[in-house]
Design a protein around this ligand. Sequence first.
Ligand SMILES: [Cu+2]
Length: 207
Amino acid sequence: MKRREFITAAGVGSAATAAGVTGAVGTAAAQEEEPDWPDFVSEANEYSSGETEDLRGQDEATVQVGAGDGLAFDPPAIWIDAGTNVIWEWTGEGGGHNVAGQEGEEYASDVNDQAGFTFEHTFEEDGQINTYQCDPHAGQGMHGGVAVGEVPTREVQEGGTTDIHEMGVQLQEHYIGIGAMLMISVSLVFTFFVLKYGESSHAKGGN
Ligand SMILES: [Cu+2]
């Protein structure tokens, strides 16, 4: 194999290995449980899988109304203990909004478009996944979810990456991370030296 081809092969090989290992670390780190949200919440604006805000252990939780592009609740999915008071705070963005309970506990605020407007509801029933929406923007994905206490959960997984736990391999993320960095470093240093000194015999011969 010619030197150039070898450099390319080594570089691609190391990069692929490092990327593979990094992907596995990402999966392991992100792997956790979150409430088994209905699609109504999974498709809410500003929500993506695994981004449930875990506020258990606190007696108060705050959610912004009119976040993101103005048509979202933030955080859109929260997990609280029974007895927690949830306070929705209007940002004033996105027009008139309200908060209206759907599945679960019943509550509804007025529609308002002023920054600083607030609405509160204390969730009392343990084990329930509550959903709510903004009536004027429900059709545009302005939804939210409040999971209370011991609710059914699902495992959070990033799409497409290998689940190293399912493979039965228990690897310490720490060591995998160091390994990935070492491989990248070795690859870079190797490439640097070959490029710098590999051609030197010809270059110096010319001088
Ligand atoms: Cu709205």
